[in-house]
Design a protein around this ligand. Structure first.
Ligand SMILES: Nc1ncnc2c1ncn2[C@@H]1O[C@H](COP(=O)(O)OP(=O)(O)OP(=O)(O)O)[C@@H](O)[C@H]1O
Ligand SMILES: [Mg+2]
Length: 253
């Protein structure tokens, strides 16, 4: 492991965010190291999506800071966020595809936005991304004519096509059958191994936690309640951690 690998790519310090009188994030401290895959787990509605939206400046903190590759994102004006969004892409929880664009056009969109003009290169990279999520043969379809799982995979193709340094995945496996969910897990790992991508993955899928994560953060009551390796998570005696992981594993027993 190189020394560089342990340098944080994302540094979150004392991040606080409230909506009206609801305090959602109460002081998040978290470092995501360069090249690691860090999973965020936690009960529904606790602020996981809110947290990762701060990384690309879609939400602004009330207090605290978010530093991405040395740049303090919370201090940037909207127009200065483009370079950050070129380096960090996000898979939104609902896919967030453009309804009037085909799967192929949706996937090409980040490349065009990033200024890639070579149509042969665009065609090649779109094909690679769509093949990775097994959607190439559906490239001419509009989102409305896709199944929920296919929409999710199209969103993933769009998140990986730009070969960004860092990808934020908001529940990449939800709504997918177990085989496709496994394919997505392998793809997240491949992005890490092949391109050294840093991944921040919000998930409810405990299977993914043990398959793909280097470290796991458990978000509860607006703070990171637990942070450690999957083995440390498994061995944790913290009652809230145990409730959460056993609640999930209880489904299959
Ligand atoms: N723009 C907003 N305005 C007001 N409240 C918001 C806004 N965005 C999020 N919230 C609230 O913040 C809380 C946390 O939402 P968030 O979407 O981060 O939850 P989550 O942990 O991602 O849940 P899930 O696992 O169900 O996706 C919720 O109560 C939500 O209603
Ligand atoms: Mg969410």
């Amino acid at each position: 492991m190189s020394a560089d690998k342990t340098a944080p790519f994302i540094q979150i310090r004392n991040l606080k965010k409230r909506f009206g009188n609801q305090q959602v994030l109460s002081g998040i401290n978290l470092d995501i190291r360069k090249g690691e895959t860090l999973l965020i787990i936690g009960p529904s509605g606790e602020g996981k999506t809110v947290l990762i939206k701060h990384v690309i400046g879609l939400l602004r903190p009330d207090e605290g800071s978010v530093v991405v590759d040395g740049v303090e994102v919370n201090k940037l004006k909207e127009r200065d966020l483009a370079p950050v969004r070129k380096r960090v892409s996000m898979l939104f929880q609902g896919g967030a595809l453009f309804d009037s664009l085909t799967v192929e056009q949706n996937t090409a969109f980040p490349l065009i936005e990033a200024g890639v003009r070579d149509s042969a290169e665009i065609t090649l990279r779109v094909r690679e991304a769509l093949e990775a999520v097994d959607l190439y043969e559906h490239k001419h379809k509009l989102p409305v004519n896709l199944s929920g799982g296919m929409r999710k995979r199209a969103g993933i193709a769009r998140a990986i096509v730009g070969r960004t340094q860092c990808i934020l995945y908001d529940e990449p496996n939800s709504g997918l059958d177990p085989i496709v969910a496994d394919v997505i897990d392998r793809m997240i790992l491949r992005m890490q191994k092949r391109y050294g991508v840093t991944s921040l993955v919000v998930t409810h899928d405990m299977g993914s936690v043990f398959k793909i994560s280097d470290r796991v953060a458990f978000l509860k009551r607006g703070v990171i309640h637990f942070l450690g390796t999957p083995a440390e998570l498994k061995a944790s005696t913290d009652p809230e951690v145990r409730d959460f992981i056993e609640g999930r594993s209880g489904i299959t027993s």
